[in-house]
Design a protein around this ligand. Sequence first.
Ligand SMILES: [Zn+2]
Ligand SMILES: [Zn+2]
Length: 344
Amino acid sequence: MKRIWEWTGIDTIASREAEREAPGAGQVEIRIRSIGICGTDLHIMSGHAGFGEPPLPLGHELSGVVERLGAGVSGWQIGDRVCIDPLIGCGTCAECRAGNKHRCSAAGEIGLQFPGGWQEYLVVPAANLYRLPDSIGFDEATQAETLHCCLGGIDKLDIRLGQHAVVLGDGPTGLYYVQLLKAAGVSRVTLIGMQDSRLALGRRLGADAAVNLRQAEAGDRLPEAETQDIVIDAAGNEASIQLGIELLKRGGELLLFGLPGERIKVDVQTAVLKELRLLGSTNAPHVWPRVLDMMASGRVQVQPLITQRYRFDQLDQAIAFARDSSGEAVKIIVNNDEPREESR
Ligand SMILES: [Zn+2]
Ligand SMILES: [Zn+2]
């Protein structure tokens, strides 16, 4: 048996015992060690995401240890430390064959549409595992998932050394984008957000300036209009995207990464007249090895973003804190260092 946490209905979760599933051909059973709590989890739980059906264990930011191997699995051994790419494509369509399973119309994700890692044990395809370098701990490793989305966005931009960039949104993805832009050679990164503590963290992680939009003098401290080569929107709302369009130079690039919860209105006329390039970005299955390399080499830091840790049996408390802390939390991690004896 194993202990699992399930999303059970609008904003509710519950814990129960479940049968442990044996890994089938090509599959591996993972003992989950760390789980990142993500805004997407809260969004799904609210019932507004439009995907996932309760009851369902969520959890897509995952790391753990190989526990059992299914038939025909090679290259993995019991005890290997791994992180999990949650994205599963059909494997046969043109996009999947081209290595773009994130564009597969039949794709789904572990922890979004498929059972996720809010469990002591999870069976996943062996093809979705990445080996962790020794220097990356389990808690940090959960963030390879978030970081891979961000690095996929960076790859889409035409970044040149010495450019100026703005990151809109001071959540985890905004804080990762600050670090990636600096690593990519951008000379001045301005982080724009709503929470002083997160903005201060952004400064420590390399942002050259940080502006809190809630403060009266924010307007004076923003970069001038039409000065930025690159804007990354990691906030996903009408005001942030509109601000991005205003701040960009003519010919600049706007990376649309934050997901608006509804249809929004933006000033397309200005975008056309300024000849902006608007790019959408979600996942990037081919960048995982580079993400792990960036983490292992210290070019991207994850630890400073981890603000709270909970035990697996406190997952409901972790979710409640994520929902109620109004921005105090940056990244909450749930650990399961010691599974209970009876579940081994
Ligand atoms: Zn996430
Ligand atoms: Zn496909």
